[in-house]
Design a protein around this ligand. Structure first.
Ligand code: ADP
Length: 493
């Protein structure tokens, strides 16, 4: 008898292209499509943050509202959300929950019992959703600390501890760790009264973490299975150097931990069809890339006819992305014989330092502050070298996008960067330039190698073509997720 398709509800706080902050949004927007294609019955639920419904309408999708509400009880009150349904172009049903709780900024700067409230409510709403959709998930697939409360609720909530499907079986949960640096840690305060979790889970084997609440830890211990976004990261996070006190928790759960490399939405990130580029191109016909380069140079104020290497970066401006070693390097930027273009938003101190450096080195460095999707596409397309010297990198999508667009990556050997970039000087050749030690010299060593190699046109063409032809699609990884769902459902049955 053919196996029944697992029913999987993706529960996440970002969804590309409507509410994306980083790679988590990309995964929420692309993995479900790939799962649908390999026989998983998948749906998505996400909060309708400010502006999201309008963006969905602007993208030409029809929103069906039908006066449906989902109601959850939280402490002494009930909280309602309006359920909007959208069928995306690839046939994945998406539920957008509209509530007063999702009226503010997506992620709080300060984590405490009050600011995590919208995230707990969202998780409970996801559990209740089947009442209005009449579609019951076998698996709740959660993402990072903002939805780690869902598996905790299935394990320790006074009410949801008893949650069963209509057939009497319990749903499973998968928690994907996109970035363990953010865990949702805060003092308990009124947490137990508000959340409905039983206080007995406030211990080492539960949600307690050095006297605090740690939502991610709770999720890691209560989820049926845990995944990380690259095989290397799954290994790294079990070490003290990577995750300190949480490493022991992850090590103890290693039999439940799977490293599955993220894929890209290769339809969206495709230089041969990308509507955001002035001209399209492919590995076989690169004329369009030259046009993109010229357009990019025009936008920067650099000479549009500059023929030397263009080093680009599209990044959140946070410590993780290696700015501790990039910023000191900018002092010597003129010695490299390349031009640098940065696009990013994040910490003020990094933004200020890049702005100052761009004034000081105006012939070599251009900085675009902010989040800008069209400009990001132009940087990937117009760039020759993509700089990503991360301190840690759970998977990283930018280096894969860069390779697809013919910008050769210079990366640090860490996390998912190791799983996707092979040094050109390694045996058998590679698709980029790597370095190990986290310091400016290490990064310079690889950058100089890339810049030198750029002047050898034939060698450069070969490296670039190799990156452009890599298969970064979700195909292989989606099958691994499907097998994981099947496995955990079999175990549970
Ligand atoms: P992370 O999830 O840690 O931010 P990833 O490399 O996995 O890093 O994914 C980053 C995604 O966000 C990529 O699609 C990248 O192009 C995009 N991105 C990051 N910063 C910006 C920005 N300032 N403007 C436009 N896109 C950005």
């Amino acid at each position: 008898m053919a196996e029944r398709a697992p029913k999987v509800l993706f529960v996440g706080t970002e969804l590309s292209p409507f509410s994306k902050v980083g790679g988590l949004g990309d995964v929420m927007g692309s993995l479900p499509k790939a799962l649908l294609q390999c026989g998983v019955d998948v749906r998505v639920v996400t909060p309708a943050w400010p502006g999201v419904l309008q963006k969905v309408r602007d993208a030409g999708y029809k929103i069906v509202t039908g006066l449906q509400h989902v109601t959850v009880a939280c402490a002494w009150r009930t909280v309602e959300a309006i359920v909007h349904r959208v069928d995306d172009a690839d046939g994945v049903p998406i539920y957008l929950l509209e509530s007063e709780y999702y009226n503010g900024a997506m992620y709080p700067w300060e984590i405490n019992a009050a600011t995590v409230h919208p995230f707990m409510i969202f998780c409970l709403q996801a559990l209740e959703l089947s009442r209005v959709t009449e579609w019951e998930p076998d698996v709740f697939h959660c993402h990072d600390w903002p939805t780690a409360f869902l598996p905790c609720a299935l394990a320790w909530h006074h009410h949801y501890h008893h949650f069963v499907k209509q057939d009497g079986t319990r749903p499973a949960s998968v928690l994907t760790l996109h970035n363990v640096a953010h865990q949702g840690i805060f003092p308990p305060g009124p947490f137990f009264e508000e959340s409905g979790l039983d206080r007995s889970c406030f211990n080492m084997g539960g949600i307690e973490f050095y006297g605090m609440i740690n939502l991610l830890k709770g999720g890691i211990l209560s989820a049926t299975a845990i995944t990380t976004v690259s095989p290397r990261y799954a290994w790294e996070i079990q070490t003290w150097e990577s995750t300190e006190a949480l490493s022991g928790v992850l090590y103890n759960r290693r039999d439940r931990l799977n490293g599955i490399l993220n894929g890209l939405d290769v339809d969206y990130w495709n230089p041969a069809t990308d509507p955001l580029l002035p001209e399209c191109y492919s590995a076989d016909s690169l004329d369009g890339k030259t046009a993109c380069r010229r357009e990019l140079l025009k936008n920067t104020g650099f000479d549009p006819e500059w023929k030397g290497p263009l080093v680009v970066s599209v990044s959140r401006l946070v410590e993780q992305k290696g700015f501790d070693i990039v910023l000191p390097a900018l002092k010597q930027i003129e010695t490299l014989g390349a031009k640098f273009i940065f696009l990013g938003s994040g910490h003020r101190w990094i933004e200020d330092a890049l702005r100052d450096a761009a004034v000081l080195h105006r012939d070599s460095l251009c900085f675009f502050p902010g989040y800008n999707e069209p400009l990001a596409h132009l940087l990937y397309a117009g760039g020759d070298i993509y700089l990503m010297p991360s301190l840690f990198e759970p998977c990283g999508l930018s280096q894969m996008i860069a390779m697809r667009y013919g910008a050769v990556p210079v990366v640090r050997e860490v996390g998912g960067l190791i799983d996707t970039v092979v040094d050109v000087d390694a045996e058998g050749g590679g698709n980029g330039f790597t370095f190990l030690t986290y310091d400016t010299q290490g990064m310079f060593w690889s950058l100089r190698r890339a810049i030198e190699r750029f002047s050898n046109i034939r060698a450069w063409d070969k490296i670039r073509a190799k990156g452009m032809r890599e298969d970064f699609s979700w195909e292989k990884s989606a099958l691994l997720y499907r097998d994981l769902y099947r496995r955990i459902l079999k175990e549970g049955g």
